[in-house]
Ligand binder design. Structure first.
Ligand code: NAP
Length: 251
């Protein structure tokens, strides 16, 4: 992977960059030569750790406390990031939550919270920057879905719906913006070691591991490496694709 060189560093915008996969994306893109603006919802301490890690990698990095479900807050975040860091050329939408449970007992609030954060949040972030990218005829978007959005996962009707929605949304976006020189792809991780999977029981973890061809959960770094490839020039002819980073769970 070649680092971006030159005096002007490109700028990436990342949602949910304070922890887990988003944090790995922030630091990975920093190492690739990007300056990075990211948002988080609650954990300022985690955000500060991520800012420090990105700065240690040579980037100008800044964090904003923003709920991705709030369109006007996301628009303000994108504008502030462009004002302070420069034109955004890459967007990665990693903010996401789970509220698992059986459909028959699902609370409406759990449906709404997941769809508003995961799907509306992805729309909000892309909507906030896409016109700027189209005007500049340059840019790329990577949305983070899940194998749950590809195959459906029991006890995750809300999450699977939001993640399947992200796939349809990203493919539609790729078709609309391709002629403007803007690319959009989806990364669909399987089971990745983060706080999100940290609460899984040992029994469930062992059952799932048995279904993964590579026989283990992945790391956030293994996801962020694929994101870094997708935003790079090496991926210049790739758009509208769903790249599964799942160790072969969906085979
Ligand atoms: P995580 O460790 O729980 O981190 C989630 C990140 O999203 C945190 O930075 C969190 O910020 C932020 N966030 C959550 N809600 C937000 C909101 N409303 N507004 C702004 N930021 C918000 O999760 P992860 O495992 O890294 O997951 C990252 C993405 O990958 C998610 O979209 C998830 O669905 C997807 N994914 C994960 C896995 C997996 O196995 N881990 C598998 C497939 C897909 P705060 O800490 O401030 O709340």
């Amino acid at each position: 992977m070649t680092a971006v060189t030159g005096t002007v560093r490109p700028v990436a915008l990342v949602t949910g960059g304070s922890r887990g996969i988003g944090q790995a994306v922030v630091t990975r893109l920093a190492r690739s030569g990007y300056d990075v603006g990211f948002c988080f919802r609650t954990s300022r301490e985690a955000a500060e750790v991520t800012v420090k890690a990105a700065r240690a990698a040579g980037a100008c990095a800044k964090a904003w406390q923003v709920d991705v479900a709030d369109m006007s807050a996301v628009q303000a975040f994108a504008s502030a990031a462009e004002d302070e860091l420069g034109p955004v050329s890459a967007v990665v939408t990693a903010a996401g939550i789970i509220r698992d449970g059986p459909l028959a007992l699902m609370a409406d609030e759990d449906w709404q919270a997941v769809v508003r954060t995961n799907l509306d949040g992805t729309y909000n972030a892309c909507r906030a920057v896409i016109r700027r990218m189209m005007r500049r005829r340059q840019g790329c978007v990577v949305t983070i879905s899940s194998v749950a959005g590809v195959a459906g996962t029991a006890m995750q009707a809300n999450y699977a719906a939001s993640k399947a929605g992200i796939i349809g949304f990203t493919k539609a976006m790729a078709k609309e913006v391709g002629s403007y020189g803007v690319r959009a792809n989806v990364v669909a991780p399987g089971f990745i070691h983060t706080d999100m999977t940290g609460a899984l029981s040992a029994q469930f973890r062992s059952e799932m591991t048995g279904r993964i061809a590579l026989g283990r959960f992945g790391s956030a770094g293994e996801v962020s490496d694929v994101v870094a490839f997708l935003v790079s020039e090496e991926a210049a002819y790739i758009t509208g694709q769903v790249i599964q980073v799942d160790g072969g769970i969906a085979l």
